[in-house]
Design a protein around this ligand. Structure first.
Ligand SMILES: Cc1cc2nc3c(=O)[nH]c(=O)nc-3n(C[C@H](O)[C@H](O)[C@H](O)COP(=O)(O)OP(=O)(O)OC[C@H]3O[C@@H](n4cnc5c(N)ncnc54)[C@H](O)[C@@H]3O)c2cc1C
Length: 410
């Protein structure tokens, strides 16, 4: 592409804004279009984790090398997390390094979305909100999920409790996935992820909150709002097609096992911009740098789909055993995310059966992880304490508490 031509980007999320910043810094005229009123609006105050275990390099070091400033947004580092086993045993995982950083998504100044927005504006990009453009009129497609492979629901609350993180593997509360608790500077989030499609999904969140209330009785909670979102997991035949770069979740570039996608969103946005600047070949670099991790995560997802609480318990025990041997809980989890020969072989065998063709993907050969059906064991009655959690939320909702994501949300 001739350098003088303006670049149009569809989507002002992490991948689109990262691409815009790199291009504008190189003197290219960039226009970013987003259908929403602002960057981050899709998430409305959700906490998310920037994982730091899937590769040797620290993510913030990568950001700096790519020319992005991590000081533009608030990020809280953690080296410790409560690991909650399916039988309710709670162990502590820890590392001498930074395990992950929690960032807030949304429209407040300190969110990662607004941080990337500021970087793009400073670099000289022009952002157009509430702007509907055609995919065929854009060079970079960065508009997040199209289909649904999984969903997450969470409740945000005020609390006096100090910062704390817990990660729970429990197939009843979070079918096929996990639930978590995050408390940062007086704001908490309890969230559950559903990798199997459910009717009346709110009961999973209510039951999860009731679980945390029972097992962490010292956490006071004043619910504020409910948040959530859908995840789209796809493998694409082409990541660059007909002059368009598919980045971030629009290119299916995220972790199929547990849904970590921010790192790959920024990374792929950066690579697309580098290609436009003539410094690399996007298709080649995505396949080299990102796809080994994505394929490993497809295999992990295949395995996760076949197990339940008994295997989750074995995983927790293996993780803790490895940690007491090595003194670093990050090594075991890191290995799970890293490519190896076994997983790449398994990927070739299982991926044709796991993924379904998306006929509407403009010839890009998109294959999506379908939202799996509920299992018999997902049918259970809410406990009385979960019903109370639901009633408490309904009262808050009636007096103005917002829910930004529901079963019928786009
Ligand atoms: C509830 C939830 C929790 C998550 N937790 C984590 C986590 O802890 N760690 C992690 O790494 N990842 C997490 N993820 C995944 C992560 O949020 C995504 O992988 C990441 O945001 C993808 O970035 P993106 O740039 O592709 O899309 P986004 O950052 O979502 O940006 C897409 C943008 O495109 C806009 N858009 C949509 N349609 C159009 C259109 N037609 N035209 C123009 N603009 C459009 C949207 O308004 C949005 O601003 C989570 C996802 C969900 C749903």
């Amino acid at each position: 592409m001739a350098e003088s031509q303006p670049v149009h980007i569809m989507g002002a999320g992490l991948s689109g804004l990262a691409a815009a910043t790199t291009l504008a810094n190189a003197g290219i005229e960039v226009h970013v279009h987003d259908i929403r009123e602002d960057s981050g609006q899709r998430f409305d105050g959700d906490f998310q984790a920037l994982e730091n275990w899937s590769m040797d390099s620290d993510f913030f070091e990568q950001l700096k090398q790519w020319g992005y400033d991590p000081n533009e947004f608030k990020a809280t580092e953690f080296s410790e997390v409560d690991l909650i086993h399916p039988d309710d045993e709670i162990s502590k995982t820890y590392t001498p390094k930074i395990a992950y950083r929690i960032v807030e998504r949304g429209t407040s100044d300190h969110t990662i979305d607004q941080g990337f927005k500021r970087m793009a504006i400073k670099a000289g990009a022009t952002l157009h909100y509430k702007s509907r453009v055609k995919e065929t009129d854009c060079q970079i497609i960065a508009c997040g999920p199209k289909g649904t492979s999984a969903v997450a629901y969470g409740e945000i609350f005020k609390t006096q409790h100090p910062n704390h993180i817990a990660f729970q593997l429990n197939d009843k509360l979070a079918p096929g996935a996990y639930s978590y608790l995050i408390i940062i500077d007086g704001i908490g989030l309890i969230c559950t992820c559903l990798w199997r499609k459910q009717k009346g999904s709110e009961r999973f969140l209510n039951e999860t909150i009731a679980w945390y209330q029972k097992h962490y009785p010292d956490i006071d909670m004043e619910p504020v709002k409910r948040v959530g979102g859908k995840g789209d997991f796809t493998i694409n035949k082409n990541y660059f097609q007909d002059g368009r770069y598919y980045v971030g979740e629009s290119g299916g570039l995220q972790d199929f096992m547990w849904g970590f996608g921010m790192r790959m969103a920024v990374w792929s946005g950066y690579l697309a911009a580098q290609d436009i600047l003539g410094k690399c070949n996007y298709e080649k670099e995505v396949r080299k740098q990102l796809m080994p991790y994505v394929k490993t995560s497809v295999t992990n997802r295949f395995l996760m789909n076949r197990v339940g609480d008994r295997t989750f318990k074995r995983m927790c025990k293996a993780w803790m055993k490895h940690q007491s041997k090595t003194g670093d809980g990050l090594i075991w989890i890191g290995k799970l995310f890293r490519p190896n020969i076994f997983k790449s072989t398994l990927y070739r065998i299982v991926s044709p059966f796991m993924l379904r063709k998306d006929a509407k993907a403009m010839g890009r050969g998109v294959r999506r992880l379908p939202f799996r059906k509920a299992k018999k064991r997902d049918n259970w009655e809410q406990s009385s304490s979960a019903i109370e959690v639901g009633n408490r939320w309904n009262k808050i909702r009636r007096s103005g508490g917002r829910t930004s994501f529901s079963e019928s949300s786009d």
